[in-house]
Ligand binder design. Structure first.
Ligand code: FE2
Ligand code: FE2
Length: 237
């Protein structure tokens, strides 16, 4: 009888532990938009991003969009790309603009590279891939000094630029009101957005992004026209 009880206890112990192990192993195998976390280093990057890339405008949701837009652009352009580069760039490219990683006086893309390189090295990513991620990060801004040339870097640059346009661009810039030079006031935010509808299409590199930008700008102009009507030509904005 005692032996049977020991056996039952042992079976329960193994069962409970197997359940716990499965739950732990259930650390997400994909991101919120369904990007597969199919390697250890991707899980590590995503886990790092979930904990540290926390910002309402350039946080992890922006990372998800940038990755997905860049992959879409590659598909429109019929380009064969290394999605690893896009993944790492997407989740780490703005870390240099976020506390406590941000350093006053250091441009955020440069700072992001300073954080990214040792991190990805410690996660086992090859030097060759890290070098491509570096290019994608340094060239991601529409006004970056470095004009990207590598395929992934070009797509990533266009994806990041598109995220300033359309309804998502509007939400992001308004979300910065009172806390960024782009949006010192609400009318100031709308003025910046207005400027982007002129400037950003010229900064796009791929044909597909230019087509998408046209639709997004039309969307923005519709909202801006309504805003003018609702706010007495901006006097009451
Ligand atoms: Fe950025
Ligand atoms: Fe960004």
């Amino acid at each position: 009888m005692k032996q049977i009880l020991v056996l039952i206890t042992l079976i329960e112990f193994v069962g409970v532990n197997l359940f716990c192990w499965t739950a732990l192993a259930g650390s997400p195998n994909s991101t919120k938009t369904g990007i597969r976390l199919d390697t250890k280093w991707k899980q590590q990057v995503y886990s790092f991003a979930e904990q540290n890339v926390r910002h309402s405008i350039w946080g992890i949701a922006h990372s998800e969009r940038n990755y997905q837009f860049a992959v879409d652009l590659a598909s429109h352009e019929k380009l064969s790309i290394d999605k690893d580069i896009l993944f790492a760039a997407a989740f780490l490219h703005d870390i240099g603009a976020i506390e406590p990683f941000r350093i006053q006086g250091v441009e955020h893309a440069t700072r992001s590279v300073q954080v990214m390189e040792p991190l990805l090295k410690s996660f086992g990513l090859s030097d060759e891939k890290i070098s491509k991620v570096r290019e994608a990060i340094l060239g991601h801004m529409y006004n970056a000094e470095l004009i990207p040339e590598g395929l992934e870097a070009v797509l990533f640059h266009d994806a990041d630029t598109l995220d300033f346009l359309g309804s998502i661009g509007l939400v992001r810039i308004v979300g910065l009101t009172d806390r960024h030079a782009w949006a010192p006031t609400l009318p100031g935010a709308i003025e910046t957005l207005q400027g982007w509808t002129e400037e950003l299409p010229r900064k796009l590199i791929t044909q597909s992004a230019k087509v998408i930008a046209k639709k997004r700008i039309a969307e923005l102009k519709g909202v801006m026209t309504s805003l003018q009507q609702y706010t007495f030509s901006g006097a009451a904005l």
